[in-house]
Design a protein around this ligand. Structure first.
Ligand code: ADP
Ligand code: MG
Length: 145
């Protein structure tokens, strides 16, 4: 079942924002995304992909970016295809070499370095907007088949 708002072709469902300031916010963000993915009618496999992507991005915002905000929006494209968009923003140090940061196994911290690359593979769309001193915004979309 799709949320009622998605029956209106002219607008996306209003975005929901989740602050990520503390460790427990990571779990809250995951649960919220799971609920939104269920409400949008995604399969269990797709729910897990979306939640995993959200989890990696909010963890990055928390660990590398000093905290941030995740915005979740149920979206619809011009062809009527519906999906879920996640945008995770922080005002941290930003990323100097994005290609390097995307590479599997690269980490400047204690992580495994598969977060960004893995997230790109799990989702249909992936954009990263970052620069040193400018913070980081990663936006991803998963469309319903
Ligand atoms: N929000 C962010 N702010 C600053 N740097 C980031 C951010 N997200 C990722 N990075 C950089 O990209 C690297 C790779 O990220 P990722 O693939 O998630 O691996 P990991 O988090 O395990 O280090 C990080 O080690 C970090 O240097
Ligand atoms: Mg990471």
């Amino acid at each position: 079942m799709l949320p009622d708002e998605l029956t209106d072709p002219d607008r996306d469902v209003p975005a929901r924002e989740h602050a990520v300031r503390a460790e427990e916010d990571l779990l809250t963000a995951r649960h919220a995304v799971r609920a939104d993915a269920v409400a949008a009618g995604f399969s269990i496999v797709d729910q897990t992909k979306i939640v995993t992507a959200a989890s990696e991005l909010v963890r990055n915002a928390y660990i590398h970016g000093g905290g941030g905000t995740m915005t979740v929006t149920a979206v619809r494209d011009a062809h009527g295809r519906v999906g879920l968009a996640l945008s995770v923003r922080d005002e941290g140090p930003g990323i100097e070499d994005v290609e390097q940061a995307m590479a599997d196994g690269f980490s400047t911290g204690a992580g495994l370095g598969h977060g960004l690359g893995g997230t790109r593979r799990l989702m249909d769309e992936f954009t990263i907007d970052t620069a040193p001193g400018e913070g980081t915004t990663v936006t991803v979309v998963r469309w319903k088949p």
